[in-house]
Design a protein around this ligand. Structure first.
Ligand SMILES: Nc1ncnc2c1ncn2[C@@H]1O[C@H](COP(=O)(O)OP(=O)(O)O)[C@@H](O)[C@H]1O
Ligand SMILES: Cc1cn([C@H]2C[C@H](O)[C@@H](COP(=O)(O)OP(=O)(O)O)O2)c(=O)[nH]c1=O
Length: 214
């Protein structure tokens, strides 16, 4: 049986990350792997309900952070951990880096509280004590907020986050930068300010260079 492999996709809204999730899933399936494609917030019936609240109902920053981690806890227990235990490749559209970037960077919420929540929520009996469940690879789609906003204009109705001004997304970007610096080995920076094909080339290269696809 293959070893489970956990890959997350990150970036500001409109960076173009969701565009490549299914392509990477197909590449792994073509190599004979079982793939679980999922997203955060969401991925289970309960977490999808929490998503609908977090994306639409006004709330204070702590409530927002708690909802993100509550959804994540359910998602990890119901979907991600069982899939990894089966040996699946798990492709997750956003994970905890988004909380550090959006609630930490964007909203300015206390990073120490987020780190504590991360330790509680991502502890799992499947790993040695003190080790947290984290993606083996995080594909970070980096793009200027102005470019991302242009891509989203007209593409879909904006939610509570997507309707934020460019300054919010600059802070989110800095939140991602800080996480990428702190955990450099896990992050692959994708220059997302390129045509789709060139973005895809970077995605597949990041996975191949780690020996996970031929
Ligand atoms: N490299 C690209 N260049 C131009 N437009 C893109 C690119 N990648 C995706 N798009 C378009 O930008 C919009 C946002 O893409 P999406 O993948 O949904 O972003 P995200 O999941 O990061 O919010 C979509 O309309 C998509 O078709
Ligand atoms: C996972 C996560 C997402 N978010 C935000 C980022 C996005 O604006 C929003 C939903 O993410 P996403 O699924 O990327 O939205 P869409 O399907 O519309 O592209 O939730 C947080 O603020 N914190 C989190 O922890």
């Amino acid at each position: 049986m293959s070893q489970g492999l956990f890959i997350s996709f990150e970036g500001i809204d409109g960076a173009g990350k969701s565009t490549h999730v299914e392509g990477l899933a197909q590449a792994f399936r073509a190599a004979g792997r079982n793939v679980t494609v999922t997203r955060e917030p969401g991925g289970t019936p309960l977490a999808e309900q929490l998503r609908a609240l977090a994306l639409n109902a006004p709330m204070d920053p702590l409530t927002e952070a708690l909802l993100m981690f509550a959804a994540r806890r359910d998602h990890l227990g119901q979907v991600i951990e069982p899939a990894l235990a089966r040996g699946d490749v798990v492709l997750c559209d956003r994970f905890t880096d988004a909380t550090f970037a959006y609630q930490g960077g964007g909203r300015g919420f206390d990073l120490a509280v987020l780190s504590q929540l991360e330790r509680w929520v991502q502890s799992t009996p499947a790993l040695p004590a003190g080790t947290l469940r984290q993606p083996a690879l995080t594909l970070w789609f980096e793009v200027a907020p102005e470019v991302a906003a242009q891509r989203l204009a007209g593409a879909r109705a904006p939610d509570r986050f997507e309707s934020q001004p460019a300054e919010f997304f600059r802070r989110v970007l800095r939140g991602y930068e800080a996480r990428a610096q702190a955990e450099a080995g896990r992050f692959a920076r994708i220059d997302a300010d390129r045509p789709r094909e060139q973005v895809w080339d970077q995605v597949i290269l990041a996975v191949r260079s780690r020996g996970w696809l031929a």
